[in-house]
Design a protein. Sequence first.
Length: 61
Amino acid sequence: MRSQETRRRQLAEAAEKRQKENVSRGIKNPESVERKKKKQEEMEKNAGSMGGGGGGGLRVS
């Protein structure tokens, strides 16, 4: 039974490693990309809470 638990743990670790590799594929600094993404999301959230009807965007005719 111990070997099954060890096997599961190894499979989980391998899956996490593959996931991290897929996320960072082609990106030299994935942490920086993640920080920029979070900052952009915060900016969008703050802009949405300001009222939204302030203009300054593209005009739809």
